[in-house]
Ligand binder design. Structure first.
Ligand SMILES: [Zn+2]
Length: 284
């Protein structure tokens, strides 16, 4: 199993960092967690495509995590030679989001179906709203979810993927919470969104100050990883985005609270998942 950070960025546009998105390549196919800005451009860079996705899993409905869902839906539709419903698992509200996305795309669907004789079906999705428990089982692959705490954004979920020889948790945006601890127990890897309160607080910008309430700091994420006995902690969705020469500061802050391997993600950081991969190196 392989984890690829497709987008390590946040709402602020950054030419080096696409929006939040993580691809997990399993023995049962490609699983996409969140689909922020430019997700399919980054997916193309690693040979992944919307048409081949096994399923999509938004952690929550904040725009920076779902803004390119419409691109995934449309691109899968126009690149498939036969009807290919997209499986989407997500927290409550996901079904409404997908319905609204399909409504937004109605003119495009009409134009294309009118123009292309071989395209006789509209895009479609099979949506399963989830809160806790098992979502998908296929061979050695098992995907589970549990509630996270990103209040006042509710509901939100995190996910865990188990495959032969490895397990990875996708936390999404959350403060430390029991649901995330449940997912992390004994996992090989934790992909966690993080902020640096020590850098943001001195700026004293009200809209930035608000993010402290519902995001984990680097130290929070490290303590979550330590409680779960996780092998590798991957820091992503970095606020404020560090320059390459400052990334080591983020890792050192995590290492003060966590004995495992720490990776500060860039876009296309790719990591093998498994006990032997705990010391894996990042390949930006
Ligand atoms: Zn969020």
């Amino acid at each position: 199993m392989q984890t690829i950070i497709l987008g390590s960025g946040v709402p602020f546009p950054d030419p080096e960092r696409a929006g939040a998105s993580t691809l997990v390549r399993t023995s049962a196919g490609d699983l996409l967690f969140d689909c922020g800005r430019a997700v399919l451009m980054r997916a193309a860079a690693v040979g992944a495509s919307a048409a081949a996705l096994r399923a999509v899993f938004p952690t929550h409905l904040h725009s920076d995590h779902i803004t390119d869902l419409n691109d995934v839906v449309t691109t899968r539709w126009i690149m498939s030679l036969q009807p290919s419903p997209l499986s989407i698992f997500g927290p409550g509200g996901t079904a409404g989001l997908v319905q609204a996305t399909e409504a937004m795309l109605e003119p495009d669907v009409r134009y294309r179906m009118t123009h292309h004789d071989d395209l006789s079906w509209p895009p479609s999705a099979e949506v399963t709203e989830c809160e806790r428990g098992e979502l998908l089982v296929d061979g050695a692959v098992r995907v589970t979810c549990a509630p996270t705490d990103h209040a006042p954004v509710r509901p939100t979920v995190g996910y865990r993927v188990d495959d032969a020889g490895g397990s990875v948790v996708i936390a999404g945006d959350t403060v430390p919470c029991p649901g995330l601890d449940d997912l992390c127990a004994g996992a090989d890897m934790l992909v966690h969104t993080v902020i640096r309160r020590d850098l943001l607080e001195p700026l004293n910008i009200p809209r930035l100050n608000d993010v402290f309430d519902y995001h984990s700091t680097v130290e929070d994420a490290a303590r979550t990883a330590a409680r779960g006995g996780v092998g590798t902690l991957v820091l992503t969705h970095l606020v404020p985005a560090p320059r390459p020469e400052a990334e080591h500061e983020w890792a050192e802050r995590a290492q003060a609270h966590f004995d495992g391997a720490v990776v500060v993600a860039r876009d296309l950081t790719s990591l093998d998942v498994g006990p032997e991969a705990a010391a894996a190196s990042a390949s930006p």
